[in-house]
Design a binder for this molecule. Structure first.
Ligand SMILES: NC(=O)C1=CN([C@@H]2O[C@H](COP(=O)(O)OP(=O)(O)OC[C@H]3O[C@@H](n4cnc5c(N)ncnc54)[C@H](OP(=O)(O)O)[C@@H]3O)[C@@H](O)[C@H]2O)C=CC1
Ligand SMILES: Nc1nc(=O)c2c([nH]1)NC[C@@H]1CN(c3ccc(C(=O)N[C@@H](CCC(=O)O)C(=O)O)cc3)C=[N+]21
Length: 285
């Protein structure tokens, strides 16, 4: 039997509709959530992501501002901008699009953003809070994946989740969120000896590598849930995931497509975090 496809774009739309109503109600109380996105350089993939985010913000009624800087911007200039945004009472969320050019230390930038405005959930304080299961901004892609699993009532507790990829923004935190939901979690990466032997054990398989269709049916246990995080641009210019969708679909129980899978959910959770930041700011005043 073919897997059920979990369409992130459809779930994203219904969540955005709910958020739009919530923002309308907040505005009646004088609260207007505001997100500032800082984009350095003119990488086409980054631009496409940023425009998706702006569309979502417009739809929901979130005030979003894009600051574009040249790719020769110095680390100090970016730190100064962040300080200014940290001190700006009207700004609730700050996102600096990654990756950054070589002259800028990424970790220094992530740590400069006020944890109260860290809607990406990348600050060490946010990560520490996630690890210790305190209230925080969850990183958007892992949060989106969890929301997709929950939307289908997919059982996580006691299941073996295998994550392929251990980046700070996707692999590591998605494993942590699934651990918090009581999964047994294994991480695989470029030094893993026998990848297929690992992925074959997965009840929930998360592919977050960035290699075009590297996971085909032969890596998947029949009936597994397959979440494809990869967004790869092919030579032909189309988008494809880390999973060979057609072959995987024949053995999995659930599968996410690319595009229209995890990507739109990442953006949606960013909006959710921005609304949360605005509400937090208001209750603190
Ligand atoms: N849909 C969405 O919302 C998002 C999608 N993405 C996409 O997800 C993918 C991953 O992104 P990101 O985590 O930032 O990428 P990174 O490049 O930071 O991490 C890739 C990970 O894959 C591992 N890896 C590389 N080659 C292999 C291999 N042959 N076998 C096993 N593991 C391997 C690396 O291992 P090692 O650590 O040993 O180097 C690393 O941990 C990309 O396609 C990206 O575009 C990213 C963010 C959001
Ligand atoms: N500070 C920061 N935060 C991020 O969250 C962040 C980042 N930097 N840098 C880059 C990655 C990548 N990422 C994506 C988000 C949405 C889609 C997405 O919506 N993709 C659509 C397709 C979009 C298209 O057509 O180009 C889809 O999968 O359907 C993709 C990729 C967020 N990232």
């Amino acid at each position: 039997m073919a897997a059920e496809v979990i369409y992130g774009d459809q779930l994203a739309l219904s969540l955005r509709q709910e958020m739009k109503e919530e923002v309308t109600a907040l505005k009646e109380k004088g609260i207007v959530p505001k997100l500032v996105v800082v984009l350095i350089g003119d990488d086409p993939a980054s631009k496409s992501y940023v425009s998706g985010k702006q569309k979502a913000a417009d739809f929901i009624g979130i005030n979003s501002e894009l600051i574009t800087l040249v790719d020769t911007t110095s680390e100090q200039a970016l730190l100064d901008l962040i300080e200014q945004l940290n001190n700006d009472e009207s700004v609730n969320g700050i996102l600096v699009q990654l990756p950054l050019p070589d002259q800028i230390n990424e970790q220094a930038i992530i740590e400069a953003i006020s944890p109260e405005k860290d809607v990406d959930g990348f600050h060490p304080i946010s990560i520490g809070r996630m690890l210790t299961q305190q209230d925080t901004f969850l990183p958007c892609t892992p949060f989106g994946i969890l929301t997709m699993l929950q939307s289908k009532n997919i059982e996580i507790a006691g299941k073996h989740a295998v994550i392929v990829g251990r980046s700070n923004i996707v692999g590591k935190p998605v494993g942590q969120l699934l651990l918090n939901e009581h999964a047994t979690v294994s991480y695989c990466h470029s030094r893993t000896k026998d990848l297929k032997a690992m992925t074959k054990q997965a009840d929930i398989l998360i592919a977050a590598v960035g290699r075009e269709e590297m996971i085909d049916a032969s890596f998947i246990k029949p009936g597994a849930v397959v979440i494809d995080v990869g967004v790869n641009r092919t030579e032909a210019g189309t988008l494809t995931g880390d999973v060979d969708f057609e072959s995987a679909k024949a053995v999995a129980s659930y599968i996410t497509p690319v595009p229209k899978g995890v990507g739109p959910m990442t953006i949606t959770m960013l909006m959710k975090n921005t609304i949360k930041a605005a509400k937090n700011h208001h209750t603190k005043k």
